[in-house]
Design a protein around this ligand. Structure first.
Ligand code: HEM
Length: 137
């Protein structure tokens, strides 16, 4: 079962990374356009925020399962606690991004705070992967 959960954990990682990268590319391209960005480009925004959210939720569900069932919820080490903090931050940003894009009227750019938090969540995901490998290698 741990192996299965770990495979799903990595699927979550792939989805989260794909959604995050895609969303970043859309943001860059939208900023580059003269005048209003093309509709086809903007239509990708909610798709990428949904893919990111599904990936992050999958990481959390499988991560919580592995942590509670396999490791009895032990804090293990500072590196693991830092990984959880990074994962918590990523989850908050993924939810905020999903909600903001869902609520935004078509064509409006994402709120300024998200344009700052998005890249930070990207950095946090590199940190979470590095810490996970360090802790579980
Ligand atoms: C959201 C961002 C997350 C990322 C990027 C991430 C990434 C990873 C990676 C790359 C591994 C494999 C490490 C290795 O085998 O060398 C791993 C394993 C693990 N993760 Fe996560 N994870 C995340 C969230 C979580 C959460 C929220 C939890 C727990 C609440 C969690 C619990 C675990 C556990 C217990 C393992 C070890 C499984 C094992 O091999 O025994 N992860 N994670």
């Amino acid at each position: 079962m741990l192996t299965f959960m770990k495979i799903l954990h990595f699927f979550g990682l792939m989805l989260g990374a794909a959604g995050g990268m895609g969303g970043m590319m859309v943001a860059i391209q939208a900023k580059r356009s003269d005048g209003a960005p093309p509709q086809g480009l903007l239509a990708l925004r909610p798709r990428f925020t949904l893919i990111t959210l599904i990936g992050v939720v999958l990481l959390w569900l499988t991560g919580l399962w592995m942590w509670l069932v396999q490791y009895d919820g032990a804090l293990m080490s500072t590196a693991f606690v830092l990984k959880l903090l990074a994962a918590g931050f990523i989850l908050v940003v993924a939810v905020l991004g999903f909600v903001a894009v869902k609520r935004a009227s078509p064509g409006t750019p994402p709120p300024a705070y998200l344009q700052k938090l998005g890249p930070l969540a990207g950095l946090a995901s590199y940190l979470a992967v590095a810490l996970a490998v360090y802790v579980f290698a």
